[in-house]
Ligand binder design. Structure first.
Ligand code: V47
Length: 353
């Protein structure tokens, strides 16, 4: 059976077949990705009302793509006090957020409880707010620093109110590329192990892929298929988020940046390959909102959320530092021909806008 026959019959592709997807033209990929999107979600596009908080930028690790950490070209070290974090949460809750997304750097000076106590304080005060916190990279760092197994640390996070894990720190799983861009932090195997353990506790998480730097198309396919393999076992990933590399203020030398066509192809391919992951998120922060809207026709069915303040990608050049107003996001989704549906953090529908 040839590739097109397999696509027509929804037959799962192996690595050798999957790498050939990039040879198909963009309209063919859009056709197949959009068909899957329509079958799963019709013309709904999900978003949530959330607040990103990045409590510290002091980091013991060095990732070449990062412009956020204070050790890079952005020497402005900070560590927020719990009172400052709670003030942010108070303010955002009044504005109607349903989720706080808390990730930051690998700060060796704060102590473990600085990381954990803030979750408890937020949960005690706002039991209805979903806490999505700590990437697998942070979990690996904290487990090593404080001599805990992943399992012990994940249990402590749950005890303190963390509801789900974000997908950061996955970067690209290929070991050679990973060593060059972020050697020293969580390995690919460890990243996947942490999410596997989390899923085995009955919890959900998301998974990202950082692309558009020095990785090849084959590295992207390999990354996506490693996700599919774990998802076959656990079923715990609720969304895949391809993050487009932003190039300012960091030390990764990249010659050629991605075209819009390559970004859309990659989103469509991820939709086709990840037959066991329900949602594909076009993260407007890194793709730009215009391309994210177009990505709705290339398999993406989620635009993340309002975010309110974004510090990681905006440090590297994205125009996302102030998030997006919910009315604006809704209007853009509707004007592009889709139905704007607010969701909670684990994809229950909250309200059709
Ligand atoms: O892991 C760092 C990325 C991630 C750059 O789980 C960069 O729903 C582009 O993971 N260009 C953190 N990206 C953010 C993240 C995330 C964001 C939104 C939603 C979710 C989710 C997760 O940011 C890091 C890294 O891959 N990043 N530097 C850069 N120059």
């Amino acid at each position: 059976m040839n590739l097109i026959d397999k696509l027509d019959n929804n037959i799962r592709l192996n690595y050798e077949e999957a790498i050939k997807l990039y040879d198909l033209d963009i309209f063919t990929l859009a056709h197949y990705a959009n068909k899957i999107r329509k079958d799963k979600h019709q013309n709904k596009t999900y978003f949530n009302i959330n607040r990103h908080i990045n409590p510290t930028n002091i980091c013991k690790d060095v990732c070449l793509f990062c412009a956020y950490s204070s050790s890079r070209k952005n020497p402005n070290p900070y560590t927020l006090k719990h009172k400052e974090i709670l003030d942010i949460v108070d303010n955002s809750v009044q504005k109607g957020i349903k989720e706080v997304h808390i990730v930051s750097a690998h700060n060796p000076d704060t102590g473990l409880n600085w990381y954990l106590d803030i979750f408890k304080q937020i949960k005690d005060k706002y039991p209805h707010i979903h806490i999505k916190a700590l990437s697998a990279a942070e979990i690996h760092f904290l487990a090593q620093e404080y001599n805990l197994s992943y399992d012990e640390l994940l249990d402590k996070m749950i005890e303190n109110g963390v509801d789900s894990l974000p997908g950061g720190g996955a970067e690209i799983f290929d070991e050679r590329v990973r060593k060059r861009i972020c050697g020293g932090k969580v390995t690919s195997e460890q990243w996947l192990e942490i999410h596997r353990l989390w899923h085995e506790k009955g919890k959900q998480s998301t998974v990202t892929m950082l692309f558009g730097h020095i990785e090849s198309r084959n590295n992207r396919i390999d990354h996506i298929l490693r996700i599919r393999d774990l998802q076959d076992i656990t079923g715990g990933f609720n969304a895949f988020i391809p993050l487009v590399y932003q190039k300012e203020n960091n030390f990764l030398k990249v010659k050629d940046f991605l075209t819009g066509q390559e970004i859309l192809k990659t989103i469509a391919i991820s939709r086709i390959l990840l037959d066991n992951v329900n949602n594909i998120k076009a993260y407007w922060v890194t793709s730009t909102i215009k391309l994210a809207l177009l990505a709705q026709e290339f398999g993406a069915n989620d635009l993340d959320g309002t975010i309110e303040k974004e510090s990681i990608q905006s440090a590297a050049g994205a125009s996302s530092s102030n998030g997006m107003k919910v009315e604006a996001l809704v209007a853009l989704i509707k004007n592009s021909g889709f139905k704007a549906v607010e969701r909670d953090s684990i994809y229950n529908e909250v309200k059709a806008w």
